[in-house]
Design a protein around this ligand. Sequence first.
Ligand code: SF4
Length: 96
Amino acid sequence: MREGGAREVHLRITCPPIVSPCFYGVDTPTKQELIASTHRVEEIRQFLGADSLGYLSLDNLRQAVGDTQGRYCLACYTSNYPTVVQERLIALRNRE
Ligand code: SF4
């Protein structure tokens, strides 16, 4: 974008930082490959070379999707999986 003439680059992400893989059907990379699992937002901003970087907060995501009772899966943002299946899958994926 800068090469195209942008003087500033401000990046906004419409979800919280993804810190853990999904084991329920979304093809996400391993935890080691997810930059937000090991880096803070400021570090990610520097890596991307953006002037600013902002993510949607977990509370605002819940509000946006109407999860008023906290019942929706948010595991890729929190690492708190709603089932025990994930433990076996994590072990399998760690062998890759
Ligand atoms: S919220 Fe749950 S089901 Fe949806 S992508 Fe994240 S881990 Fe997978």
